[in-house]
Design a protein around this ligand. Structure first.
Ligand SMILES: [Zn+2]
Length: 221
């Protein structure tokens, strides 16, 4: 044991590092290269849900941010939740008023079983904030990626329920990892209002680029 053990652990860590590939540019031997790390710095945009709720997103969902988020969601790369959480933290700090509660969009049972973690909650934790798991999914929904805008809205309508752990009238900020059409955020807002809570806006790590109505695409996206 002793130093031999320490050497083995160090070699294992080195092997892991050498085997890893940057999610942004496929460069080998790094968990995230410096250049791509720079692309994960928050450059916030504001979009709106179909129901009119403002959504503040830290990043545009494309290029390096999209590839990094996919790696967290589909390949278990939870180490990337730290740099991504930092981007989320900038927007949370700017947009969440004192006294407001952060409520993550619920993770479906299947996704949770597959990953072993809830992506929005992991990101909120890495951002250094606290989440209240108020929303539950009440029925299964289809994978939103295969659906168009109207189908997405129908797919999630009435699929969530808020459990009454918070005082009526509390201000709530809904948090999700990626916002596409905003249908999921609207459903979350509906469920929160149904128990007397007041959703004031949503914060997302990233928003898809096709719905930039209030700001142009950033040049480095
Ligand atoms: Zn890279």
């Amino acid at each position: 044991m002793g130093w031999r053990w320490a050497v083995l652990v160090a070699l294992e860590a080195l092997a892991l590092l050498l085997a890893s590939v940057c999610p942004g540019c496929d460069r080998a031997g790094t968990l995230l290269c410096e250049e791509c790390r720079g692309r994960l710095i928050a450059d916030p945009i504001e979009v709106r849900t179909p129901g009119g709720l403002p959504v503040h997103a830290a990043l545009v969902y494309e290029g390096v941010p999209a590839r990094s988020i996919r790696r967290v969601k589909e390949e278990g790369a939870t180490m990337l939740a730290r740099p991504l959480g930092r981007a989320l933290s900038d927007v949370l700090a700017a947009r969440v008023p004192a006294g407001a509660v952060l409520v993550p969009v619920p993770t479906g049972r299947g996704a949770y079983r597959r990953r072993g973690y809830r992506v929005p909650e992991l990101l909120i934790r890495r951002a250094g904030f606290r989440a209240e798991r108020v929303l539950r999914q009440t029925r299964r929904t289809r994978d939103q990626r295969e659906l168009d805008r109207d189908e997405r809205a129908r797919n999630v309508a009435g699929s969530m329920r808020a459990i009454g752990a918070l005082h009526t009238g509390r201000e709530v900020v809904i948090v999700d990892d990626v916002v596409t059409t905003g249908a999921t955020i609207d459903e979350a807002a509906r469920a929160l209002r149904a128990v007397g809570l007041r959703p004031i806006c949503a914060v997302a790590l990233a928003a898809t680029p096709d719905r930039h109505d209030t700001r142009k695409l950033s040049v480095n996206g």
